[in-house]
Design a protein around this ligand. Structure first.
Ligand SMILES: [Zn+2]
Length: 205
């Protein structure tokens, strides 16, 4: 609609629902959009939920840095500032008071997001420990080998997510370090697999 287009020109997209700058009339900063607020122990679930919500709101670009802050002379500048403030409000509302206090000097929503990721994200040691524990106690116990393998696979996948074993990034890697890292990972999995089988295997060296 022509009328809408004219409007967008003035507000930098804030009233165009297809724009990432769109803010719905019912949106306000102190809205809780997750089931559980962020604590010391639930970052993975929390960030997933928050990410889904921001995705639905077309606001992921504000936390992953792909929607950069425009020059103050730009038509979208005010819309960007408003969205940023709104998202900061949503994030702040969705965390425990202690954590909120610890991020109060963050300038942008992206700063908050990456700070939380750094503190609670991937290298979450307690979760990795938990996963390693269940890996050790996962046994075939009468189920089929493929069912047992599937169970291990989901544990390996989550461990790789939470506590990744580094892989080499060199192009089409065939270097020695890359090869050793790969062998290590495969061997570790093989042992974990064999150890839980109902039938005992002898590993000859
Ligand atoms: Zn390599």
């Amino acid at each position: 609609m022509a009328g809408n287009k004219d409007k967008n020109k003035n507000d930098g997209g804030a009233s165009d629902h297809t724009s990432p700058y769109y803010i719905h009339a019912s949106d306000y900063p102190r809205q809780l959009h997750v089931n559980d607020v962020l604590t010391d122990v639930n970052y993975n679930d929390w960030s997933q939920e928050m990410m889904n919500f921001l995705f639905a709101k077309k606001k992921v670009g504000f936390i992953d840095g792909s929607i950069k802050k425009p020059e103050s002379s730009d038509a979208t500048y005010m819309a960007w500032m408003r969205c940023g403030a709104m998202i900061k409000g949503w994030l702040n509302t969705a965390m425990e008071k202690e954590i909120r206090t610890s991020v109060k000097y963050a300038v942008t929503a992206q700063d908050i997001w990456s700070d939380l990721k750094e503190r609670f994200g991937n290298t979450s040691a307690p979760r990795a420990y938990e996963l390693k524990q269940s890996l050790m106690t996962t046994k075939q116990e009468g189920v089929s080998v493929s069912a047992y393998f599937t169970k291990l696979r989901s544990l390996w996948d989550e461990i790789q997510l939470v506590f990744p074993i580094p892989t080499c990034n060199c192009k089409g890697c065939s270097c020695e370090i890359g090869k050793q890292l790969y062998d290590f990972k495969q061997k570790e999995k093989l042992y974990e697999f064999l150890l839980g089988l109902d039938v005992e295997y002898t590993i000859r060296t």
